[in-house]
Design a protein around this ligand. Structure first.
Ligand code: TLP
Length: 344
């Protein structure tokens, strides 16, 4: 039986070109800055997103944590969405390891935070308050169903942040999906932020790795923080070689993932007992709910799992499916047939 794994784009396997690149890569010790493949990847990444410098890290979680630790001191406060990945799924690392206080603001359905809500959350100069140091954005937005946020919105947050002398960090785990979904150069989405991290190991299909991009000064400090966290690695060319292929070759197929997500959503919309908001499906993530009350959430997921279809639960009777390199249009059609069988 074929497995159709829609849990995440993190399950993507390295392509044949990546395996060849890993085999043939040049290596050195990256803690000494001597791994040629990593140096090349970091240069490429910085140029692509229009920043001065970049640094490879093992994961998106570490990329965000290091960035926050560079921006903030203990007791500082950051403003971020109540649905932000950094707030929801990163183990409270900012507080556990950085003494940073999260100040959440409601994420609207379009994944933005209202500018007036952000402004209201910014602390005045008062001895009782923590200092507001940073605003965090996320693009595309995971818990808001892969919603891309526009360059105009990001620029308007920049203007607000500048008025108060606050930094902006972007969790751009899927920033290239956002650029493809919006049909804009990625630099339009990154020009307004001081730092960003993006992932090689999601839709871009590399086996490991994320990259922080920012000013040279910021990245120099980030290298120290990465070392403190035990993230200084040695012959990282083994990771970087696949990352280079990811940046050179895998961008162009992200549009296929978005097309497949729309195809899946359109099919789900036609199945009675399931509900999806079609206009919210803008990239490779799709959130839908089960309205057929004859089935429990566990029965529903269990029966699909038995037929080879895997996906994640997102809360009461709500589920997430993510399209990626390992999912072809036929897999979408098969998934829809199985869904119809199980719910119908
Ligand atoms: N997200 C994972 C899970 O953690 C939920 C997924 O399957 O979507 N930022 C965003 C927006 C993310 O979606 C993720 C991963 C990360 C950061 C963290 O990246 P990793 O998993 O590399 O630490």
């Amino acid at each position: 039986m074929k497995t159709i794994d829609l849990r995440s784009d993190t399950v993507t396997l390295p392509t044949p070109a990546m395996r060849d690149a890993i085999y043939n890569a040049d290596f050195g010790d990256d803690v000494y800055g001597e791994d040629p493949s990593t140096n090349r990847l970091e240069k490429m990444a910085a140029e692509m997103v229009g920043k001065e410098d970049a640094m490879l890290v093992p994961s998106g979680t570490m990329g965000n944590l290091i960035s926050l630790l560079v921006h903030c001191r203990r007791g500082d406060e950051i403003i971020l969405g109540d649905q932000a990945h950094i707030f929801y799924y990163e183990v409270g690392g900012m507080s556990a390891l950085g003494g940073i206080v999260p100040h959440t603001v409601t994420n609207q359905r379009d994944a933005t935070m209202r500018l007036e809500d952000i402004e209201a959350a910014i602390r005045g100069d008062n001895i009782h308050y923590p200092r507001t140091r940073l605003i965090c954005l996320e693009n595309t937005h995971n818990r808001c169903g892969g919603m891309p946020i526009t360059a105009e919105y990001t620029d308007s947050v920049r203007k607000l942040a500048d008025r108060y002398g606050i930094g902006i960090h972007l969790d751009g785990a899927r920033i290239f999906n956002a650029a493809v979904a919006l049909g804009v150069p990625v630099t339009d989405l990154t020009r307004g932020v001081d730092s960003l991290s993006f992932c090689l190991s999601k839709g871009l299909s590399a086996p490991v790795g994320s990259i922080i991009c920012s000013s040279s000064e910021f990245i120099a400090e980030a290298r120290r923080v990465r070392k403190i966290l035990g993230g200084g690695m040695r012959q990282t060319g083994i990771i970087a070689a696949a990352g280079i292929v990811a940046l050179e070759e895998m961008m162009k197929r992200l549009a296929d993932d978005h097309e497949n997500a729309r195809r899946l959503a359109a099919g789900i919309a036609g199945i009675s007992g399931l509900r999806v908001e079609l206009e919210d499906v803008r990239s490779n993530i799709l959130v839908f709910s089960l309205e057929n009350n004859d089935l429990t959430e566990d029965d529903f997921m269990g029966r699909l799992e038995e037929r080879g279809v895997r996906f994640l639960s997102r809360g009461p009777r709500q589920f997430r499916m993510v399209t990626h390199q390992g999912i072809a249009a036929q897999d979408i059609d098969l998934t829809l047939e199985i869904l119809k069988d199980v719910v119908g």
